[in-house]
Design a protein around this ligand. Structure first.
Ligand code: HEM
Length: 413
């Protein structure tokens, strides 16, 4: 029985501390994000007050309207302090990277980098991206039993690799280190304790990126790293450390999210036979299935913000310095916006999900992610007749990312 159930049975007002616990989402018997709790919270007055185990007060909003309102209001709800619960004591990269800068500085990083991720930019690499996805998905198209999570771990690099022009032999290491960086307590990525795991993940990623930046200074090209060398904020070029941190943000943003949409989709198809059949029959548009997989899986459970000026939210006064979590995964299941929100409906239309966030910080890699996910799904549809569960599924130990670390599947062609 989890904390909320205990409280409800005891008749005490529910506290919302369980959603803030870093390792709450791999509780045996409740392996998925706490949708039952979010459903309850959406019907109660917001914002909800909760405390982390180390005593930090966090306000939460869970409805679609509140989450959108908070994320759009960058003037009152800032990103510079940190945007995930794990850095509730402050993110050292705050103020230096695209995701951790508030307007107007944010624009100086956002405008040039988003140019490297446009339809036009990705179209130039279309053949390469497609070939990369084909190679990554190929093992899953063979009849037999496969761990889909293992095979798809580096899926994001199919597009992000060419965008940053990083060598392919590093892709698996980058993808693993990114996951270790975001979920250092998960046994799938742990290398000793959390501190040691984080240290090695950072040494690996930053050591490698330092070499890439040095090489790009010698031989610049039209990739994102070369572009960052030319970016100016307040009339000054970025320092090497700022460039490294921004490359890190892109690699983290890409690798901790994209593969989990694919694995969550395959998992849903395997456990719900009718859904698997329908998706593989190919009658629904690929783009629509991918959008529903994004909504339904919502890899980014929450986005944290810090209040920067006094603001009243539904009658509650929030003060500068207060921390607030906008639960994106909850917003994407709000019945006021989505009919039958807990159903995976491959034909859902309209589907105004916010899995990529909303407002100034809306995911700059959304097109890249959609591209690889659609390509991967098309390949699977072309070749696979049926996917069935073939063993226990392991979910990521994280309150931030809704991920899967192991997904044994039996594939029939
Ligand atoms: C399914 C895959 C993805 C999901 C669900 C996702 C989700 C998100 C979300 C929710 C945000 C908003 C963060 C905030 O408001 O604080 C975001 C921002 C960002 N994402 Fe993604 N992302 C995905 C793929 C990617 C990819 C492929 C890349 C890189 C190629 C990427 C790079 C970034 C960056 C750099 C930001 C910060 C943008 C800014 O602050 O202006 N993401 N992403």
């Amino acid at each position: 029985m989890d904390l909320l159930e205990t409280e409800l049975r005891a008749g005490t007002p529910p506290s919302f501390d369980s959603i803030l616990a870093a390792e709450s989402y791999d509780t045996p018997g409740r392996p998925d994000p706490p949708h039952a709790l979010w459903r309850l919270m959406r019907d109660l007055p917001a914002p909800h007050e909760g405390h982390t185990a180390d005593g930090v007060r966090i306000w939460s909003v869970t409805s679609f309207a509140d989450v959108v309102r908070v994320l759009r209001d960058t003037g009152r709800f800032g990103s510079e302090y940190g945007t995930i619960l794990d850095v509730r004591h402050g993110d050292p990269a705050g103020g230096h990277t695209i995701n951790l800068t508030d307007p107007p500085h944010h624009r100086a990083l956002r405008v040039p980098t988003s140019r490297a991720m446009t339809t036009h930019a990705l179209r130039r690499m279309a053949g390469l991206i497609e070939a990369n996805v084909d190679r990554m998905v190929a093992p899953l198209l063979e009849p037999g039993t496969h761990d889909a999570a293992e095979h798809l771990l580096a899926l994001a690099m199919a597009a992000t690799g060419p965008v940053l022009r990083v060598p392919e032999e590093m892709w698996p290491t980058i993808a693993r280190s990114a996951m270790a960086g975001v979920a250092p307590g998960d046994p799938a990525y742990a290398d000793g304790d959390v501190r040691r795991t984080l240290h090695f993940a950072h040494v690996e990623l930053f050591g490698f990126l330092r070499e890439v930046v040095a090489e790009r200074r010698r031989r610049p090209g039209d990739d994102l790293v070369s572009l960052l060398l030319t970016v100016e904020v307040d009339g000054r070029r970025l320092s090497d450390d700022q460039i490294l941190l921004n490359c890190y943000s892109f690699l983290m943003g890409a690798n901790t999210t994209t593969p989990h949409v694919a694995t969550q989709l395959l998992h849903a198809m395997a456990v719900r036979e009718d859904l698997g059949k329908r998706v593989l029959a190919g009658d629904d548009r690929t783009a629509g299935v991918v959008e529903e997989a994004l909504r339904w899986s919502s890899p980014t459970n929450h986005l944290m913000r810090r209040v920067t000026e006094p603001v009243r939210l539904h009658g509650t006064d929030l003060e500068p310095g207060d921390l607030l979590c906008a639960w994106v995964a909850s917003a994407n299941r709000d019945a006021r916006v989505f009919t039958a929100p807990d159903e995976f409906d491959p034909g859902r239309h309209p589907n105004p999900h916010i899995a990529f966030g909303v407002g100034a910080h809306i995911c700059v890699g959304a097109l890249a992610a959609r591209t690889v996910l659609r390509l991967a799904l098309n390949r699977i549809r072309d070749r696979v007749a049926e996917v069935r569960p073939a063993g226990p599924v392991r979910h990521l130990r994280s309150n931030f990312i809704n991920g899967i670390t192991s997904l044994p599947l039996e594939v029939r062609t």
